[in-house]
Design a protein around this ligand. Structure first.
Ligand code: FES
Length: 293
């Protein structure tokens, strides 16, 4: 029988000190309202020694807790190349995320992590990079994008294709503007038909056909693809047609993760534990998983 970790609803004073479920305390330093229901939280460790020693790599995730409300798994959306803080971007959609939507700058949250495997960014040195994201799927991709842009000289061409349902659903709008203004980044943004506004200058259409139109060159290239499962599923055959090898396409899965530690058994797909064996997988690996993906 599946064992659920006992720290699902932590309180600030009862967080099982000394256990693997004990979160570190983090302070909310900044909140950016990305869309009507999605916010980005910039978090700083309360403990200076922890703040200095904390390290992670692109692709990893954490367990974030609102004391008294519960904890949830989100990727670390800020890049490992920027220290002193971590960021997560969260859509309010349930009890914990609804509570998170009510926290304010200065409030204290819990964080444990980092967990999971990583995007092998160092192995991509000299290669061309194609980032494809749909909706809030840009959060894990943004971590890699800034990791790469902060070390721009190490990598080849950078292409970003990002789509959302509507202009109002686009996250990281300030960063999209910044990327659009760079001459070392090719950015293609799109919104679903009907989601455009009169002043919208990007594409109108679903992400998948826009990727096909943009036709990124597969030579010496790596793809990072994240988004709603349907976007990932429909885009994989397009990448195949464009000539990208399954081993050169990376994505990150979020599969009902709970403990983040390989203990609760909530995240497994067949014999694979998303929290321990992932969350980063290549398309080649995903194709070997049971059909639930
Ligand atoms: S999230 Fe608990 S085993 Fe993976």
């Amino acid at each position: 029988m599946t064992q659920t970790p006992t720290a699902q609803i932590p309180t600030e004073t009862a967080t099982q000190p000394g256990t693997i479920y004990q979160p570190d305390l983090v302070v909310v330093d900044e909140i950016i309202q990305e869309t009507i229901d999605t916010r980005t939280y910039r978090l700083r460790f309360k403990d200076d020694a922890k703040a200095q020693s904390f390290a992670f790599r692109a692709g990893q995730f954490g367990e974030y807790s609102v004391f008294g409300a519960g904890e949830s798994t989100f990727c670390i959306a800020s890049p490992p190349t920027r220290s002193g803080y971590i960021e997560c971007t969260v859509k309010a959609a349930g009890k914990m995320t609804g509570s998170l939507a009510e926290v304010n700058v200065g409030d204290t949250l819990g964080f444990r992590g980092p967990y999971g495997n990583v995007f092998p960014v160092d192995e991509w040195e000299g290669r061309n990079l194609v980032f494809i994201a749909g909706g809030i799927g840009l959060a894990p991709v943004r971590c890699v994008i800034w990791n790469v842009l902060d070390q721009r000289e190490r990598f080849g061409d950078v292409t970003i294709v990002y789509g959302a349902r509507s202009v109002g659903d686009l996250v990281y709008k300030r960063e999209l503007e910044e990327w659009a203004g760079r001459d070392d980044v090719r950015l293609v943004t799109t919104v679903d038909p009907g989601g455009e506004t009169p002043d919208w200058t990007g594409e109108v259409g679903y992400v998948t056909p826009v990727v096909e139109q943009a036709a990124p060159n597969p030579d010496n290239a790596v793809v990072v693809l994240c988004g709603p499962p349907i976007v990932v599923k429909l885009t994989l055959p397009v990448l195949d047609r464009l000539g990208f090898a399954d081993t050169a396409i990376y994505t990150t899965l979020e599969n009902r993760m709970k403990c983040g530690l390989g203990k609760c058994g909530r995240c497994n797909i067949g014999s694979v534990y998303v929290c321990k064996d992932g969350p980063v997988f290549t398309a080649a690996q995903i194709k070997t998983l049971p059909q639930e993906f």
